[in-house]
Design a binder for this molecule. Structure first.
Ligand code: NAD
Length: 347
């Protein structure tokens, strides 16, 4: 499904006449890397990610994969037709995974939708079946890639992807609470009338209902908010804080209720992860990583979001943020629930 150059259907080889190569051309510097990103699943989320990657000039080559061949080709053409307005990126699409060969980053957004009355566990079984087709193919064609899982339930599916790929755990990441934390930062910024980029705040743990807000480490413009308020003896309502966290949890449900799906924020959130990974930015993002050994979580192989430093090699480390006893307990409870859930998958 690669694009046919227009001069070939004229039956003319016009390019050499039109463009005369210089003599004694030296090969490009070997330090200049060619970057390739694959997005599997070209639904609402996959396409928002793809278009953000293109506008932010994050890849030399973008390959798209889906099972719906017509939709896939339509999306590829629609993006290619924007070439005159975008940085140059080669866009490929196919239902065959050979198109993904040599990717540096593979982003998986393919997912089955919940059927009315279907249990979460049943949906998960269907998504595991889907992943067992997708992940081995990605691993085969891009054995050195970082896998970035977005499909839900993201923490469990990141574990599934890790098992099915055989990759080391530093190269398998779930988008996790990177989006939840951005929603959190937006709400705090809105409340204080500051720029969300000046707000440092993390939601960690499970992406979704049992996520944990790290109140004690919130800072705005370098000022730790809660300890500042306490020192200045400024009263604040604990309920306001709890409501803000509840609003973060309900955000996705609210957007889905109103427009049917979420797309733009997850698109930007994943593009920001792609930038940190591929440009080796060593930035800290709350993403789903194998938690064994961190914050006293030693049992089970569970992926949950922790503030992790990311770079070209994937996960470089986990930041040792101060957690209260209550926050640690909440994290451990999440890990136990997910471990029990995973034990029913037979992986
Ligand atoms: P969607 O239904 O619009 O798109 C899913 C796409 O996956 C479809 O194009 C479908 O054809 C494709 N697909 C299905 N089976 C496939 C297979 N075997 N191989 C390749 N492609 C396949 O759904 P969406 O709104 O784009 O959401 C995608 C996933 O992202 C969902 O699981 C959703 O819950 C999740 N999501 C996660 C976050 C997060 O923060 N982690 C945020 C938003 C959405």
């Amino acid at each position: 499904m690669h694009r046919t150059p227009s001069n070939s259907y004229l039956g003319l080889e016009v390019a050499p006449a039109f463009f005369k190569p210089i003599q004694q051309m030296a090969p490009p510097s070997p330090t200049k890397r060619h970057t390739k990103i694959t997005v599997v699943g070209t639904g609402n989320v996959g396409m928002a990610i793809a278009q953000t990657i293109l506008t932010q000039d994050l890849a030399d080559e973008l390959s798209l994969v889906d099972v719906n061949a017509d939709k896939l080709r339509g999306e590829m053409l629609d993006l290619q037709h924007a070439a005159a307005f975008l940085p140059r990126t080669k866009i490929l699409a196919s239902i065959d995974y050979s198109v993904t060969a040599g990717s540096d980053l593979c982003i998986v957004t393919a997912g089955a939708r919940q059927i009315v009355g279907e249990s979460r566990l049943n949906l998960l079984h269907r998504n595991v079946a889907l992943f067992s087709k997708i992940i081995p193919q990605l691993a085969k064609y891009s054995p050195d890639a970082v896998l970035l899982i977005v499909s839900n339930p993201v923490d469990v599916l990141t574990f599934v992807a890790w098992k099915l790929s055989g990759f080391p755990s530093n190269r398998v990441i779930g988008s996790g609470t990177n989006l939840d934390s951005s929603r959190f930062r937006f709400l705090i910024a809105d409340h204080l009338d500051v720029n969300a980029q000046d707000v440092q705040a993390y939601i960690v743990g499970e992406h979704g209902d049992s996520s944990v807000a790290l109140w004690s480490s919130i800072s705005v413009g370098g000022v730790p908010v809660l300890s500042f308020l306490e020192k200045q003896q400024i009263n604040y309502e604990k309920e306001t804080l709890e409501n803000m966290h509840k609003e973060v949890i309900n955000s996705a449900y609210e957007v889905i209720r109103l427009k049917g799906y979420t797309s733009w924020a997850i698109g930007y959130s994943v593009a920001s992860l792609a930038r940190t990974l591929l440009r080796n930015q060593r930035r800290v993002h709350p993403v789903s990583v194998l938690v064994k050994g961190f914050y006293g979580m030693d049992e089970g192989e569970v992926f949950l979001s922790l503030p992790a430093q990311l770079g070209r090699g994937g996960v470089l480390g986990v930041i040792n943020v101060h957690l209260t006893d209550e926050e640690t307990e909440q994290l451990r409870d999440s890990a136990k629930t997910i471990a029990e859930y995973q034990s029913q998958l037979g992986i």
